[in-house]
Write a protein that binds this ligand. Structure first.
Ligand SMILES: NC(=O)c1ccc[n+]([C@@H]2O[C@H](COP(=O)([O-])OP(=O)(O)OC[C@H]3O[C@@H](n4cnc5c(N)ncnc54)[C@H](O)[C@@H]3O)[C@@H](O)[C@H]2O)c1
Length: 269
C-alpha cells in the first residue's frame, strides 16, 4: 500500500526540518521529489542527497509568496515529469511576538508567506490536478492555528487561515479526485523551533504535552505520506493533529511513574 512509484511530488520548505524529512520519506516509497525552497544551498544539497540515495530529485528555488515563482515551479515540474500528483506545502516562517508588539510589517510578512503562499501554491497545483482528475495536497497548519497561544497573533491567524482554506479547497475539488488535508503539528524539533522557542516556551509546552516531549520531523513526515497515498482518497478536508496528544488534552497532572516528575521522558527539553 505504501508505494508512490511513478508519482511526482513537490515539497515546499523541503530544504529543512519537516519538509526535508518528508522529502526523504516520499523518496523512500518511490516518488520523484521536487524540493522547492528559498534556501538555494540547502535545497540543492537536499536534492543531491536524494539522488545519491537513488531517488529522482530536483531542486527549484522558489519563494512561495511570489506568484511568478510559483508558476515557474509548477511549469518546471510538469515539464520534467509530465504530471504532478502530490503537493506537500510546508514552507513557512514563524516568530513569537505579542499581539500588542506586532507591527503591520510583522503581520504582513508572516501572513504573506504562510497564508498567501498557501493560496498561491495550492491554487497552482490545483489547476494541474483538477485537470488531471487526481491529486493529493497536504498543507501545513499548526496547533497554533487551532488553539490560542501567547505570541502567536500573526502566526496563529496564518495557520488558522490555512486550515480554513484547506477545507474550502477540499470541498471545491472533491469531485475531481483531488484531496486537500492539513497537518497541525505540535512542537517539533527543527531549525524553526530552535529560533522560535525560548526556554520558557519549551517549559510551558512540556507542561501541556501528554507525550512530555517535542516531536521529530519524521513523525510528521509519516502522517504526510499517509495522506498522500492513493488509498487515502476518502480522507478529505481534515486537520490532522500530530502533536503528542496536545489538542486532545485538558487537565494534565503529572504524578510519579511514566511521564511524571520522576518518570522517564521528563528530561526532554
Ligand atoms: N516545527 C514545529 O514545531 C512546527 C509546528 C507546527 C507547524 N510547523 C510548520 O511546519 C512548516 C515547516 O516548519 P519547520 O519547523 O520544518 O521549519 P524550518 O525552518 O526547518 O523549514 C522551513 C523551510 O521553509 C523555507 N521557506 C521559508 N520561507 C519560504 C518561502 N517564502 N518560500 C519558500 N521556502 C520558504 C525555509 O527556507 C526552510 O527551508 C512551517 O510551515 C511551520 O510553520 C512547524
Amino acid at each position: 500500500m505504501f508505494n508512490l512509484e511513478g508519482q511526482a511530488a513537490v515539497v515546499t520548505g523541503g530544504a529543512s526540518g519537516i519538509g526535508l524529512a518528508t522529502a526523504h520519506a516520499l523518496a523512500d516509497v518511490g516518488a520523484a521529489v521536487v524540493i522547492a525552497d528559498l534556501n538555494e544551498e540547502a535545497g540543492a544539497a537536499a536534492a543531491e542527497d536524494l539522488k545519491a540515495q537513488g531517488a529522482e530529485a530536483l531542486f527549484v528555488r522558489t519563494d512561495v509568496a511570489e506568484a511568478p515563482d510559483v508558476e515557474a515551479l509548477i511549469e518546471a515540474v510538469t515539464e520534467r515529469f509530465g504530471s504532478l500528483e502530490i503537493l506537500m506545502h510546508f514552507a513557512g516562517i514563524g516568530q513569537e511576538i505579542l499581539a500588542l508588539e506586532t507591527t503591520l510589517e510583522d503581520w504582513n510578512r508572516i501572513i504573506s508567506v504562510n497564508l498567501t503562499g498557501s493560496f498561491l501554491m495550492m491554487q497552482a497545483a490545483g489547476v494541474v490536478m483538477v485537470e488531471a482528475g487526481y491529486g493529493r495536497i497536504v498543507s501545513m497548519s499548526s496547533v497554533a492555528g487551532l488553539r490560542g497561544g501567547t505570541g502567536r497573533a500573526a502566526y496563529g491567524a496564518s495557520k488558522g487561515g490555512v486550515a480554513a482554506l484547506t477545507r474550502v479547497l477540499a470541498t471545491e475539488w472533491a469531485q475531481s479526485g483531488v484531496t486537500v488535508n492539513t497537518l497541525a503539528p505540535g512542537p517539533v524539533e527543527t531549525p524553526l523551533v530552535k529560533e522560535m522557542h525560548d526556554q520558557e516556551t519549551r517549559r510551558a509546552y512540556l507542561r501541556s504535552l501528554p507525550a512530555n516531549r517535542y516531536g521529530a520531523p519524521e513523525e510528521v513526515a509519516a502522517a504526510a505520506v499517509y495522506l498522500a497515498l492513493p488509498q487515502s482518497g476518502y480522507i478529505n478536508g481534515v486537520t490532522l493533529p500530530v502533536d503528542g496528544g496536545f489538542a486532545a488534552s485538558g487537565v494534565l497532572k503529572r504524578g510519579p511513574g511514566p511521564g511524571g516528575p520522576e518518570g522517564p521522558g521528563t528530561t526532554a527539553s
